[in-house]
Design a protein around this ligand. Structure first.
Ligand SMILES: [Zn+2]
Length: 230
């Protein structure tokens, strides 16, 4: 089982690392919000060491390293555009409740707005905290490593459209918390991801072959960002 470790990022705001992937835990006045559930393990027990608050989970997307301990929590939110992908990708899916674009998750201490950003997966979301000026971006915004854009459900065109959408909100946040690689990503990365994804789509970037999980994959690096793609 992969071990958990935690880092306090701000008052009532924690990052829970599980080796190569992160969840985030936000403590509200009446409940806690857990963003993703990692690859599996006894996450509930780990969270209960941090807080006694009832926990609601919201999933940035449904890849296996983000929904691993989903069944341990009773209240689970996901964007409906992700439901089909979630059921196809995971062997033991559990019921999810819908969360929609523009929904506000108001914890009292923190207030998150749901932003739909398809591309990495069909129903990927980001969470925007306008007052505290940060974004939780899931896997869609990463620096320091490759964004997985190979296999079913990935879509570079949608990804670019999502990066353009986030660019329109860039005045509302100063940093992005990411699920992999660099914990904190600068907002400038969004433009680089938009540009870089376009260059990969237009086949302007030379690929480097890599072996990943016993699979041959192409790595594309450009404009300070990187993707794995077919
Ligand atoms: Zn991931």
């Amino acid at each position: 089982m992969l071990k958990y470790s935690k880092t306090k990022l701000a008052v009532d705001f924690y990052c829970i690392d599980q080796e190569y992937v992160r969840c985030f835990l936000v403590l509200g006045e009446k409940e806690g919000l857990l963003v993703d559930t990692g690859v599996g393990g006894d996450l509930r027990a780990y969270v209960e060491e941090i807080t006694g608050l009832p926990i609601k989970v919201i999933f940035t997307h449904a890849d296996g390293d983000h929904v691993g301990a989903a069944e341990q929590f009773e209240k689970r939110l996901m964007h409906p555009s992700e439901f089909d992908y979630y059921r196809r990708k995971n062997t033991d899916p559990v019921p999810m409740e819908p969360v929609w674009e523009g929904d506000i998750l108001d914890l009292g201490s923190y207030r998150f707005e749901v932003i739909l950003i398809p591309g990495h997966t069909p129903g990927s979301i980001a969470l925007l905290e306008r007052e505290k000026r940060f974004l939780i971006g899931g896997d869609s915004i990463q620096t320091g490593g490759n964004i997985f854009m190979f296999g079913e459900g990935r879509n570079f065109e949608a990804f670019r459209a999502s990066m353009r959408k986030l660019e329109g909100l860039i005045g509302d946040f100063d940093k992005i918390y990411s699920s992999h690689h660099d914990l904190i990503v600068k907002p400038e990365a969004i433009k680089k991801l938009y540009t870089g994804a376009g260059k990969v789509m237009e086949k302007l970037v030379k690929s480097t072959p890599e072996s990943l999980h016993n699979r041959e994959i192409n790595s594309y690096e450009t404009d300070g960002v990187a993707f794995y793609a077919d």
